[in-house]
Design a protein. Sequence first.
Length: 251
Amino acid sequence: MTAVRVKGQPGFVLHRRPYSETSLLVDLFSREHGRLTVIAKGARQRKSQVRGVLRPFGLITLGWSGKGEVKTLTQCESPGPAFNLRRRRLFCGYYLNELLLKFLHRYDPHETLFDYYQAAVVQLAQGVDDETVLRVFEKQLMNEAGYGLQLDRDQDSGTVLKADIIYRYLPGVGAFVDKPGRNEGILVHGSSMIALRTETGFDERARLELKQLNRSVLRVLLEGRPLLSRAVYLRLYPASSRPGTGLQDLM
């Protein structure tokens, strides 16, 4: 295998964990090279120059080299401060990171998705409605990963979805007009799917229906594998398990 050497690549830290007494194993999301894992040698030492840079939700200039699946970090510079995410929004960010880790293959470039992710983090930091940010990013991720939602036409008739009609959405298939005796899929109004397609007009009904819709599709795509970010949040903030107060209202 030919040795790879990359420099000056914009990226984000998705996850990091100890690797030996002095180093870290870091999952990165880079703009031109996709998701990858690197060893950050010496990054756990107090005097390490990269220790404070390798943190989630901050755009970093990265470099790495090596022949194997796991590379060695050779460059780690921060052009500015990390985006400040707190409590609920912090765990929204962790949720985005977990989706990327579960969906993306290593070294599979997704430049457009990288831009979507950066925009989502900025929006969370700026106080944009977090439910809207999550629903739109979930849609964008599924599109980029090849599992796009069918949000434009009735799969029975081929006609354009109508706002005032109730449909049933079958993951992997699409929307069908709800009829007596049809029990499969998720009930969702046409107006909600139109809102997700156009990324505008998220009223309360759309928020609820789209959360259920995206959750059902993601559950199928993840083959039942749990998303740990929500469980961690509820362990840290058990009062948030009450309806209307916690992360279960977001994801």
